[in-house]
Design a protein around this ligand. Structure first.
Ligand SMILES: *Cc1c(COP(=O)(O)O)cnc(C)c1O
Length: 392
């Protein structure tokens, strides 16, 4: 479909990557097959030799998964996409495909907790060391880079405090030092932010979150150029096998079709809730990049199409005050997940950040009165009523 080059994001989400079979199906088909049949011994030999690009085995390629990969690659403005069994498998595959013993990572200290465990507990014993820096301190990033640094790694906005990284500036710093910039784009999705266009080299996704959007499947993806992602990351994936199942790829394809609409709706609800909370007497602080009071509001506005669905706020009374708000809700889901049509509410200090020491938690800015909301698609007035109940 040659028109794809001119299509905008909403259109790519609905149509990119689809190749109809001889059955002329309208919706994308699911191909639940582990292997593929060859027309002759010669064709089998050519496929295995790499002279014929067709399918061999679904650990390597699968038509439904490929449609998802091509669609997401187009939406992120990347050459290649590799779909994985989870977001963590995407981060692992990126590390295994691009790093070797002796390499060093500089990472934002405000990343998904399991990513920290992956770097510290599982990459370190194989000789890949990681240093952590504050997301928005460009001097700290520069100072942490060593001769063996290969990757800079970040999420923006951060979760739960919604700090916004200057992706363009960090891409420049990475490239000045011969490093690659890897951005976990889970919170924004390509509907709101396209890190490759800002100079990043690799984009990571947990498709489990907004790409699915309805909390059904676990999956992930890596997007970037052909050499880094199409060859190196893919090479690890087809060998080690954390591939996406065709069923999950199909669910995520359907998710991509509504991604732009949903992200607009999540953002609109989140902004309205953030403004409501900011004006509430019993809320001491609100963290949301869409608020003019947010320290990086202008930066967020310049590099994002909208501000996303995640916000946090602080209430007086520490843990007791926060738990009262959470336990007074009747509709919101008390869960640490995000990226769902259903609004979720979490107390970071005793859940996602509960394993940190008091000192580490204070340094990370996670106070006992902090509550995180991943704003869903319910009517905003119902969400407000549910949160306000415990605030009075
Ligand atoms: C959830 C999440 C991941 C991990 O994704 P899984 O699909 O759960 O493996 C990685 N990064 C971010 C920012 C996430 O929110």
């Amino acid at each position: 479909m040659n028109d794809e080059v001119d299509w905008s994001l909403a259109t790519l989400g609905v149509r990119a990557g689809q190749q109809r079979t001889a059955e002329c199906e309208h919706a994308e088909p699911i191909f639940p097959t582990s292997s593929y049949v060859f027309e002759s011994a010669a064709q089998a030999a050519a496929r295995f030799k790499g002279d014929d690009p067709g399918n061999i085995y679904s650990r390597f390629t699968n038509p439904t998964v490929r449609t998802f990969e091509q669609r997401l690659a187009k939406m992120e403005a990347g050459e290649s996409c590799v779909a994985t069994s989870s977001g963590m498998a995407a981060i692992l595959s990126t590390c295994m495909g691009l790093l070797q013993a002796g390499d060093h990572i500089v990472s934002s200290n405000a990343i998904f907790g399991t990513s920290v465990i992956l770097f510290n507990k599982y990459m370190a014993p194989f000789g890949v060391e990681t240093s952590y820096v504050p997301l928005i301190d460009l001097d700290a990033w520069r100072a942490a880079i060593k001769p063996n640094t290969r990757l800079l790694f970040l999420e923006s906005p951060s979760n739960p405090l919604t700090e916004v990284a200057d992706i363009q500036a960090l891409a420049d710093i990475a490239h000045e030092h011969g490093c690659l910039l890897v951005v976990d784009n889970c919170l924004c999705t390509p509907a709101l932010q396209q890190p490759l266009k800002l100079g990043a080299d690799v984009v990571i996704h947990s498709a489990t979150k907004y790409i699915d959007g309805q909390g059904r499947c676990i999956g992930g993806a890596v997007v970037g150029n052909k050499e880094l992602v199409g060859e190196k990351v893919y090479g690890f994936l087809r060998t080690a096998g954390p591939t996406m199942s065709p069923f999950n790829a199909w669910v995520f394809l359907k998710g991509l079709e509504t991604l732009k609409l949903r992200m607009q709706a999540h953002s609109q609800n989140a902004l309205e809730l953030a403004q409501f909370l900011e004006s509430h007497d019993n809320v001491t602080r609100v963290y949301y990049p869409g608020l003019e009071s947010h320290p990086q509001h202008a930066l967020a506005k310049s590099q994002q199409a909208d501000f996303g669905g995640v916000l946090s706020f602080e209430v007086a009374g520490g843990q007791t005050g926060a738990w009262k708000v959470i336990d007074s809700t009747r509709m919101l889901s008390i869960t640490a997940n995000l990226g769902d049509a259903k609004t979720t509410i979490t107390h970071p200090a005793t859940t996602t950040h509960g394993r940190l020491t008091d000192e580490e938690r204070a340094e990370a800015g996670i106070s006992d009165g902090l509550i995180r909301i991943a704003v869903g698609l319910e009517d905003i007035d119902d969400i407000k009523v549910d949160i306000a109940r415990g605030l009075s």
